[in-house]
Design a protein around this ligand. Structure first.
Ligand SMILES: Nc1ncnc2c1ncn2[C@@H]1O[C@H](COP(=O)(O)OP(=O)(O)OP(=O)(O)O)[C@@H](O)[C@H]1O
Ligand SMILES: [Mg+2]
Length: 276
């Protein structure tokens, strides 16, 4: 289990995450939802060890692994990421793209072919996502959904304990999202892999995840099972966000229009409404 305790995370001069406490269960899918700018990607980058919290702590099975260089390196070796744009290399075959998931495990300039054992793992990962038959096809000749599955296989080849995805299914149709969800759930249960997916579409998150964490304006506004996420919670998420963007907008307009309060409030309101 990953435990977040009173995390605060800053980016530049801004505090983006405020007092985040949550538990992320092992071998389950946790979805992180919330409006744009809520801090979802920031939370993921913190969980990936790319950003350090300014306050609070993260423990994995009770240990503070992200704070020491050696344990952080080991943690990151056991973590894999699925990207929204899949980030495939078009001229390489599906299987060669999957092998890139292991690029940190051999010399980057090695002219040698990939070792047999690694190629076998790549084939296994492609089989896992139902693409073994397509392993020799160039990425440029794959469909959008197939490319996404290659992206997932490239993460799975690492046999990660933790799989992170930042909107990995944003460009994939709902039927395929369900299929990907089933694949991830099967692997989570079988291999004890912990899955954390940032998602825009709340309905898909609710159908895919075992647990949902909703952020608004850098704070947790919901943490629980999909079944207890209702319309009321959804309204709360968007109201907090609208209030924050109103304050932000008002602040920035105020700098320009200190002297004209009426116009300043009118514009702030228009902008805040527009950003809802
Ligand atoms: N490098 C940065 N420096 C300063 N502020 C940043 C930086 N990156 C993000 N932010 C700010 O942090 C806040 C949260 O950003 P984040 O990218 O985590 O949101 P998000 O929930 O992932 O949004 P989206 O759904 O649009 O991807 C935003 O207000 C954003 O402007
Ligand atoms: Mg984001």
């Amino acid at each position: 289990m990953i435990k977040l305790e009173h995390l605060s995370v800053r980016r530049g001069a801004t505090q983006v995450l405020h007092d985040i406490s949550a538990e992320i269960p092992r071998a389950r899918i946790t979805a992180v939802v919330g409006p744009s700018g809520a801090g979802k990607s920031t939370l993921l980058a913190t969980l990936n060890g790319l950003l350090r919290p300014s306050l609070g702590r993260i423990t994995v099975d009770g240990a503070r692994v992200l704070e020491q260089r050696d344990s952080l390196r080991e943690y990151r070796r056991r973590t894999a990421t699925v990207f929204q744009e899949h980030a495939l290399i078009d001229r390489l075959s599906a299987i060669d793209n999957v092998l890139l998931g292991l690029a940190d495990q051999r010399h980057p300039l090695s002219p040698l072919p990939w070792p047999q054992a690694m190629r076998y793992r790549a084939a296994e990962a492609l089989d896992e996502v139902g693409l073994l038959q397509r392993s020799a096809v160039r990425a440029s000749n794959l469909s959008g959904g197939e490319r996404q599955r290659v992206g997932v296989a490239r993460a799975l080849i690492r046999k990660p304990s933790l799989l992170l995805g930042d909107e990995p299914f944003a460009a994939v149709d709902p039927a395929l999202v369900r299929q990907m969800g089933d694949i991830l759930r099967r692997m989570a249960m079988r291999d004890g892999m912990t899955v954390i997916l940032v998602m825009h579409q709340i309905d898909i998150a609710l159908s895919l995840a075992d647990k949902v964490i909703a952020l608004a304006a850098g704070r947790i506004v919901f943490d629980g099972a999909p079944a207890s996420f209702n319309a009321d919670v959804q309204r709360r998420i968007f109201r907090v966000n609208a209030a924050k963007s109103f304050v932000d907008t008002a602040d920035s307009i105020y700098e320009y229009q200190e002297s004209n309060h009426v116009e300043f409030y009118a514009k702030a309101l228009v902008l805040a409404n527009r950003s809802q």
